[in-house]
Design a protein around this ligand. Structure first.
Ligand code: C2E
Ligand code: CA
Ligand code: CA
Length: 699
């Protein structure tokens, strides 16, 4: 071949040049005597790698550096000489003691009659470390608790890799998803906001964190918190995407459940107080703007407590669930029914009419239908329940009245409905709120009065047909510090509600027994009647208390009568009867007060340990003029006679009433005609008068 013009003359390499090349080559190079294993020469790269000086290195034998045993190394050298092997992997020891993985390329040369091995050494520690790193990363990804997807950097972001957590989470294997765009995981739910966010982030090549609803291979849905990040190489080019999928289905469900519980009643699945308040608040705002009026109904089931106590909580719960379903079925779409607590429901009926008056009119129809819905018998197990409800109503909007105020108003009205005999409804009036305020003051005063013993016993005489004093009823009075004598009608209901009636009742019983003792000691055979309230009677320890008092006062129990009302029997007749038996065994007589005003059947009379009936004043008032009352009083007297019960006619104010009752066989009387309630000492003195100084007759 002809040389082109102007080309430089070919270079001549001599031994000197090769020596420089050997010295300066970046390759770690050693010359080894194949026979003796001596390192006969080394270059600068070798000096640097091994950390020995050139002189030191040249004083060593190759097995001082190679970690293999001398014998093995000798054998390898022999193999090299015959040319059978050229590439090796060894571990070499550096002067520092550190062991390095090396790849060695060796050839045998003959130099000056000696067999010399020319070895070029490649430090592979870095490569090995990198490989180990890759393996470790794979392991980490496989063990990682979250699902990982790695995709390529093409616009279609095709899946390159998924870890085992992903496979477990989705049910798809790597083979099934490789090459796909991860968007298939969202199934048909293309329009999720999370997906929009991811799309935007990928377009802008930035990281994104969002929530996705995905679907498993079996079609079930799960929620993921997804973090997707771009992966770049050293020069900043996008090479792939890595996505971290954290399954948050359980957490979301728990959150949803919590959210639900914050606004719904777990037992009945209807809104709770909070949600009612929220909705009421919203309706109030619209009502104020549009001028439309709505109503809030507070509904309390009358007999629920009884069902719960007698039939057990499961029956009670079933009853509440049934009632909730019924009320829901009864309402319009825009109405809300919620449960406030226990057996208390709220009905929220917005937009009824444009004025308060029209709203009340329209409500009449609603209330009639509501009554039908509530009173329809409920069957649970084998029992049938006929329920009624007391309903408090308030109309909105009102000026400066919040949602919470409205609930309070309806609640107050409901209590008023309950007081006026249950199974009724009652509209809220502002005076009721005044009443509540007064009550709060009253409760405070009552506590004080009890602590200071401001209560007094008054006695009202009871007489026989001849008008002779035979006993008295003890009636409580409150000697108010400023207000003079306060009648029980004012404070007994509040005392009942607050439980203060219990200590009051005990005070009355103890005082009455002390008076009886005084009368008995003087030889006077009078009877005293003491009123026992429902709350007091229901106390488990009540029989025990009565026993204690009559034992400590040492009275003749036959002189004591306990007046109870029919309400005592209404609550738990069986338990009440048993308690009455207990007490009457002590020799104490029971009387049914206000007889005829209760609801219970007369059938119970024969099962009770009774001594006496008191005909209520309301029946006596109009006899003999009113034929209805006359017939009723006659009937009561006949029943009493039949059951061998004593009868006391209460509230006798006129001679005509007295005459009429005498003529119908009534044996005992009480009323203003014979005497108003007077301070106990006054009547006791009067009773004692005939006995003072004389020997007492036997009882
Ligand atoms: P009650 O047990 O039915 O008592 C009879 C009430 O009728 C008494 O009212 C009495 O003063 C009144 N009264 C008696 N005769 C006549 C009459 O001829 N005409 C009129 N208009 N009224 C008459 P009072 O003392 O105001 O007591 C009212 C209610 O308070 C009692 O009704 C009773 O339910 C309750 N109460 C009074 N003291 C006690 C007590 O110590 N314990 C309990 N638990 N309740 C009591
Ligand atoms: Ca009474
Ligand atoms: Ca009475």
């Amino acid at each position: 071949m002809k040389q082109p013009k102007n080309s430089p003359p070919p270079m001549q390499f001599d031994a000197q040049h090769f020596r420089v090349l050997f010295e300066k080559s970046g390759e770690i190079t050693l010359l080894i005597d194949a026979q003796s294993g001596d390192i006969v020469d080394c270059n600068e790269a070798a000096v640097e790698f091994y950390g020995y000086s050139a002189a030191k290195l040249k004083s060593l034998q190759i097995w001082d550096i190679n970690t293999l045993p001398e014998e093995t190394v000798r054998q390898l050298l022999r193999q090299l000489v015959v040319g059978s092997r050229t590439n090796f992997e060894f571990k070499y020891r550096l002067s520092s003691g550190e062991i390095r993985d090396v790849g060695v390329y060796s050839i045998a040369l003959e130099i000056a009659g000696r067999k010399i091995i020319y070895s070029v050494v490649h430090d592979q520690t870095q490569i090995k470390t990198a490989q180990a790193g890759v393996i470790l990363f794979r392991r980490v990804l496989e063990c990682y608790i979250n699902g990982i997807i790695i995709t390529d950097a093409t616009p279609d972001t095709r899946i390159l890799y998924v870890n085992s957590a992903f496979e477990r989470l989705t049910g798809y294997t790597l083979a099934e998803v490789r090459g796909k765009n991860p968007r298939f995981l969202q199934g048909q739910e293309h329009n999720q906001t999370g997906r929009e966010e991811i799309r935007a982030a990928i377009k802008e090549q930035r990281a994104v964190r969002t929530i996705l609803k995905n679907f498993r291979k079996d079609g079930t849905a799960y929620w993921c918190e997804v973090g997707i990040s771009p992966v770049r190489d050293q020069s900043g080019n996008l090479v792939s995407w890595v996505g971290n999928y954290n399954d948050i289905t359980a957490r979301r469900e728990a959150e949803k459940k919590l959210e639900y519980l914050a606004f719904f009643d777990a037992l009945t699945d209807i809104p709770n107080r909070q949600l009612i308040l929220d909705r009421l608040d919203r309706h109030l705002t619209t009502a104020r703007r549009t001028g439309d009026h709505g109503a809030l109904l507070f509904l309390d089931l009358d007999q629920f407590k009884h069902v719960n106590d007698v039939q057990g909580h499961e029956a009670g719960n079933e009853l509440l669930r049934t009632m909730a379903r019924r009320l829901q079925g009864f309402l319009r779409e825009s109405d809300t029914v919620g449960r406030i607590s226990g057996d208390e429901f709220i009905l929220l009926l917005p937009n009824i009419a444009t004025t308060a008056e029209r709203t009340v009119e329209q409500l009449q129809v609603v209330l009639r239908r509501l009554n039908d819905v509530i009173s329809e018998p409920i069957k649970i197990d084998h029992s049938k329940y006929n329920l009624t409800a007391s309903i408090g109503i308030t109309i909105f909007p009102q000026q400066n009245v919040t949602a919470a105020d409205l609930i309070t108003q309806a609640d107050i009205a409901m209590h008023r409905a309950k007081e006026s005999g249950r199974n009724t409804c009652c509209y809220f009036e502002p005076v009721m709120q005044e009443h509540i305020k007064e009550t709060t003051v009253l409760v405070h005063d009552l506590h004080e009065a009890l602590a200071r013993s401001d209560f007094r016993v008054f006695l009202q005489p009871q007489v026989d047909v001849s008008g002779k004093l035979i006993g008295a009823e003890a009636l409580i009075r409150w000697q108010h510090r400023q207000g003079g004598l306060i009648s029980p009608a004012k404070f007994i209901p509040v005392a009942e509600d607050t439980g203060l009636i219990v200590p009051m009742g005990e005070f009355m019983l103890r005082e009455a027994c002390c008076m009886l003792r005084k009368l008995e000691l003087a030889g006077a055979a009078f009877r005293l009647s003491v009123n026992v309230s429902l709350r007091q009677f229901q106390l488990a320890v009540f029989p025990e208390r009565v026993k204690q008092i009559i034992t400590t006062t040492e009275i003749n129990p036959a002189h004591l009568t306990l007046e109870i009302t029919e309400s005592v029997l209404l609550h738990d007749a069986k338990a009440a009867t048993a308690k009455m038996r207990d007490i009457s065994q002590l020799g104490i007589g029971f009387s049914i007060d206000d007889f005829g005003t209760g609801y219970s059947s007369l059938g119970y009379l024969k099962n009770l340990p009774l001594k006496e009936l008191k005909i209520d004043r309301s029946f006596i008032q109009d006899v003999p003029g009113n034929p209805n009352d006359t017939a009723l009083v006659e009937a009561i007297l006949a029943i009493a006679h039949h059951h061998d019960l004593r009868v006391v006619a209460e509230g006798i104010e006129t001679a005509e009433q007295f005459d009429f009752l005498k003529s119908r066989g009534c044996p005992l009387f009480q009323g203003y005609l014979f005497g108003r309630p007077v301070p106990a000492a006054e009547l006791v003195d009067k009773m004692l008068l005939p006995y003072s100084g004389t020997k007492a007759p036997a009882v």
